[in-house]
Design a protein. Structure first.
Ligand SMILES: C[S@@+](CC[C@H](N)C(=O)[O-])C[C@H]1O[C@@H](n2cnc3c(N)ncnc32)[C@H](O)[C@@H]1O
Length: 184
């Protein structure tokens, strides 16, 4: 049954229902599966940061980036980190991948990526956000590697081979501020 119809049956508005679902899953799952129209593939007028203080008014809406995941970081942050601290083909690990911001940037920048999160809804959202094929004419500079995306706990990285990661690019949970549902 579609969400609006469930709302009608239980006598609550669609917005209230959406809030209940978002609180329960940590992700606005009503937005999942909505096809995204890609407006542009790269940030406009992007220049790498050269100081230690970074501040972004814009959240960034190139490729599949948007604010659907409430705890996301601005894609300008992983873009800068990945460009500064890794080379094309190297492996970037994000074990708090949330809505997939780091994985999307790693894919765009020709890095291999391991993307993990404890919340299965986040992994669903990450997979949705990675569902794009960059035009080769635009991306002949970098090879495209599909990130490896799976549910798992950052406290257990035993599946990852020792000394195999070139860069950890991860945005830790906001302890006590955002409620991350316990999926175990
Ligand atoms: C601040 S968010 C990361 C947001 C991400 N950078 C993005 O742009 O969407 C932190 C993430 O850590 C995940 N998380 C919390 N505890 C975890 C754990 N023990 N292992 C793996 N992921 C965890 C949460 O589900 C949440 O998605």
């Amino acid at each position: 049954m579609p969400d609006p119809q469930i709302g009608e049956v239980f006598g609550i508005t669609f917005r209230q229902l959406e809030k209940i679902i978002t609180d329960a899953y940590g992700v606005n799952i009503s937005a999942l599966k909505k096809p995204k129209r890609i407006k542009y593939w790269m940030p406009k007028n992007f220049t790498e940061e050269t100081t230690t203080v970074w501040s972004y008014k814009q959240r960034g809406d190139w490729v599949t980036h948007d604010g659907r995941y409430r705890g996301n970081w601005s894609p300008y942050i992983p873009r800068n980190i990945i460009l500064k601290y890794s080379k094309p083909g190297e492996i970037v690990l994000d074990f708090f991948v949330g809505g997939g911001t780091t994985a999307v940037e790693a894919k765009l920048l020709g890095r291999r990526c391991i993307a993990k999160d404890i919340n299965p809804a986040c992994i669903g959202l990450t997979k949705e956000n990675l569902n794009f094929k960059p035009p080769t004419t635009l991306f002949d500079k970098y090879p495209i590697f599909e990130p490896k995306v799976y549910v798992g706990d950052a406290r257990d990285l035993s599946e990852i081979e020792n000394n195999s990661i070139d860069l950890i690019c991860a945005h830790p949970p906001y302890a006590g501020i955002v409620h991350y549902p316990d999926s175990r």
